[in-house]
Design a protein around this ligand. Structure first.
Ligand code: SAH
Ligand code: F3S
Length: 433
């Protein structure tokens, strides 16, 4: 009988891809098969996130649960960003954990499972050219890493301390991965990095000059690739050349993530984001002028240390002006190893919650307006998921989630759909013949 692997993945798309890499390595070299039942697994892993404090607290209670339900002799491993930053502390606090494997060390997975109490968390480790075995959760969408780590030093963010310095993955490896996915019938490529439009600043070996815009051109030239998405670009690096390529390349999906963080230039300075409110609005204006139906999503942090009512009002002002299609908003959470951890002008937690509520309620009202404008529109949907309620779900080019009544023949197809019913997060539609 094969050995069984249970893996829980928290956090961002990069973690999802890291999990796929570990599953592939464990399957190819150690014969593990996936299970969704932790109690029958021989190996239980949690691929963690450390961007905010809450999930880190949750980790130890979850580990306790897994320890109680695991079968005799099963191993437990902690991987990902919290593994990087807590390292051997994890084994001190939860001595039944068998190994700790940091983000950016995932290629060592087949080694650490054999070394009890192994802790591998080197954030300088370079696996940018490692040839991972192949495994994909979805047969329709392929995540491809284009860089690892992050060179920015945003003062609130722990990622540079858990994923290390930025290294770009050689472009020929990325193109080869896209080609392989396309040969397997995947139509949508999702390029991943903490700061994708910084691509090409540093490679670990010799490499010709390729920036993100050029990489987009190369990936879009791959036969069989019909859609390209990417996350996350940094507003600072959204130069005209990049926006123009985004606008005119028909394979690039017209949805852009533009992490604002704050609308106040003063707070942006304290966050070391490198752009001002005006620059952000200017980039949005250029983008909307060139791509009128673009949908823009964002990340916003409220109650960063020192954020006054006036600063918060600047954030609301940007939200009112841009009318983002999607907002991921968070209350500031102090993180170890970051510069902002030592900032003293902390904002009262209740004020933070109030600001978060104000922002989210306002954004809900934007969504209520936007959904009405979608009614009756005809969009091209790439169907990816069969739901058990008789619906098939997919996304429009500009990232609206659309459900139609249908069966699995629709999966993997790009089809014209008329939107007939709308709600805040999901739209329903009918297929046009
Ligand atoms: N470059 C990555 C950022 C990863 S963190 C990206 O753009 O996807 C994802 C989001 O978490 C950030 O954009 C930020 O809005 C939020 N975040 C990061 N650190 C945080 C902190 N200390 N407190 C609250 N939110 C934070
Ligand atoms: Fe974090 Fe800023 Fe990089 S948010 S991941 S340090 S771009």
């Amino acid at each position: 009988m094969s050995k069984k692997l249970f893996i829980e993945t928290l956090g961002c798309a990069m973690n999802v891809r890291d999990s796929e890499h570990m599953i592939a390595e464990l399957n190819a070299h150690e014969g593990y098969e996936l299970t969704s039942d932790a109690s029958e697994a021989d190996l239980i892993m949690i691929n963690t996130c450390s961007v905010r404090e809450k999930p880190v607290h949750k980790l130890f209670s979850e580990l306790g649960v897994f320890n109680r339900l695991k079968k005799e002799g099963a191993k437990i491993g902690v991987t990902g960003c919290t593994a990087s930053h807590l390292g051997k502390e994890i084994i001190k606090k939860a001595p039944y954990v068998n190994f700790v494997l940091g983000a950016r060390n995932v290629s060592k997975i087949t080694d650490v499972i054999h070394r009890d109490k192994a802790v591998e968390i080197d954030i300088d480790y370079d696996e940018s050219q490692f040839a991972f075995k192949d495994f994909r959760t979805s047969g329709h969408k392929a995540y491809i890493n284009i860089s690892i780590g992050c060179d920015k030093q945003c003062t609130f963010c722990i990622v540079p301390k858990t994923r290390g310095e930025e290294i770009s993955i050689p472009s020929d490896l990325i193109v080869a991965e896209a080609a392989k996915a396309a040969q397997n019938g995947v139509k949508e490529i999702f390029l991943l990095g903490q700061n994708v439009n910084n691509y090409g600043r540093r490679f670990s070996g010799e490499h010709d000059k390729v920036n993100f815009t050029e990489l987009l051109r190369r990936v879009s030239a791959v036969e069989g690739v019909e859609r390209i998405r990417f996350t996350s670009p940094h507003p600072l690096h959204m130069d005209d050349e990049f926006i123009e390529e985004f606008a005119k390349n028909p394979k690039i999906c017209k949805s852009m993530h533009m992490p604002l963080q704050s609308g106040s230039t003063e707070i942006l300075k304290a966050m070391k984001r490198g752009y001002s409110k005006e620059w952000f609005l200017n980039r949005v204006e250029k983008l909307r002028a060139m791509v009128p139906d673009v949908s823009i999503s964002t990340d916003i942090i409220v109650a960063f240390p020192g954020e006054s009512d006036e600063d918060f009002e600047h954030t609301m002002d940007v939200v009112r002006k841009v009318r983002f299609e999607q907002v991921f908003s968070f209350k500031y959470s102090p993180r170890p190893l970051t510069e902002a951890e030592s900032f003293t002008n902390i904002i009262d937690s209740e004020i933070g919650s109030e600001r978060l509520n104000t922002l989210q309620a306002y954004h809900d009202s934007i969504l209520d307006d936007l959904k009405v404008t979608n009614l009756g529109k005809v969009v091209e949907v790439y169907f990816e998921e069969l739901r058990n309620d008789g619906y098939v779900a997919g996304r429009s080019d500009n990232n609206i989630m659309i459900k139609v009544k249908g069966s699995e023949e629709l999966l993997g197809q790009i089809v014209k759909v008329k939107i007939t019913e709308v709600s805040r997060m999901v739209q329903y539609g009918e297929i046009l013949a």
